[in-house]
Design a protein around this ligand. Sequence first.
Ligand code: SF4
Length: 477
Amino acid sequence: MDIKTEQFVQVAEEELKNERTRLFLSLLPPAVSQRRQAAMSTFSDPKAAMSYCASVRGAAVDNLPDLLEEFEKNATANGAKVIWARDAAEANEFVVQKAREKGVSYVTKGKSMVTEELGLNPVLEQNGIEAFETDLGEYIAQQLKRPPFHIVGPAINVPPEEIRDLFMDIGILEKATADPVELGLAARIYLRDKFHHLKMGITGINMAIADTGSIINVENEGNIRFTKAAPQTQISIMSIEKVIPSIKDAMFQVRLLCRSCTGQKISSYVTIDNGPKKNDEIDGPEELYIVIVDNGRSAKYHDLLAREALRCFRCGACLNICPVYTTVGGYPYGWAYSGPMGQVLNPMLLGQERTQDLYRASTLCGACKEVCPTGVNHPKIFRYYRSKDVDGDTEFGGKPRPLMESIIYKFWLQGVTNSWSWKLGARLARPLLNNAIKNGWLRKKIKPLDNWLQARDLPLFPKKTFRDRWKDLRDRS
Ligand code: SF4
């Protein structure tokens, strides 16, 4: 999947005109949010549950180096082989190499955001290895060559008629029908067959438990279980922040994850693997490889505020509540992670230059922070990324602000921090600004303003300020 985060504004504009997307977004995210709220209310104290979960995530992120080492030691003792990958290229190369070694012509995959992040599928295809996504939504998105629309439902916005045409085109549906049950059955029959002859399966990991070396997958379709149980070789891939200290923490996290994700108290399948199949066991892979991917995270780990983004366990609750996501949907974000989750993670992983429009596309309303069970303070992180832009701080790959913008912001800062300069500045600036608005100078010269004004009107300033009018009124009375 190509990364298209730079096209955020352009794709958002297209999506704003898409009636179907608009209708869909007006219905589904509020319904999922309501389910989440109902599920959360089954905790005796939902706020305390969220704050405990946030503290567990915070502590895990703060202790990542130690937890990862402990996990490696215990997973290895369980018989798994732990592979460290610095970046996407190293992780993908390992998978391709292993597939070649095993004489594999195709693999099945369980839904995994980290493999989306790594761009694993195209790399497998380039190397002649077919990858079959086995989560229904992920399979549809893969066939349509689109990024996930939503983290929980990657193709949830695609109408059944479009899926019918797609399935007819790729030959997995014999009789044309838009009945969702029939469509699901067609995909199931087709994909189920892939498990029968499977040599290698690839999955993500929801949580890796340091003190037992176990890995956990949470799902509703059961396809991840098939992908793990059917082949001889299993490769499970995780990013470094998926490690947590203990099974107790994991089980508590699962309760919050499922409620925040789909409004379920627990999802249909929660699988815990302790290494590959043992001699006396019937199911499971003979070899289990756990690939731990960094992909730019540890380079930003020293940054205490940015690393807060690593707390995220991808529940998607912030998407369903975000006024921006629920207006434009998932495609404009142009990568694996969308909504507020993507707005905090993507700048860290892709650099600020490619992602500026993402963290600027926020009203800073804080709704995302309110629902986040892992305690990510999204608005604070957005403001932090923005401040890096203003300061010309290029550490996260941002580029220095153009000179004219810097001068304007410096004047602005002077003006707003002193009441006398604010009053004087406002008096002098009003006629000048009115002129600049009328002849379009502001839009032409200041690029971010141009973007901002495309969705808004900037009215002219009235001749008298509110203070002047207030004073007049007082003098008259
Ligand atoms: S940022 Fe928080 S609410 Fe959003 S997906 Fe991550 S954990 Fe869930």
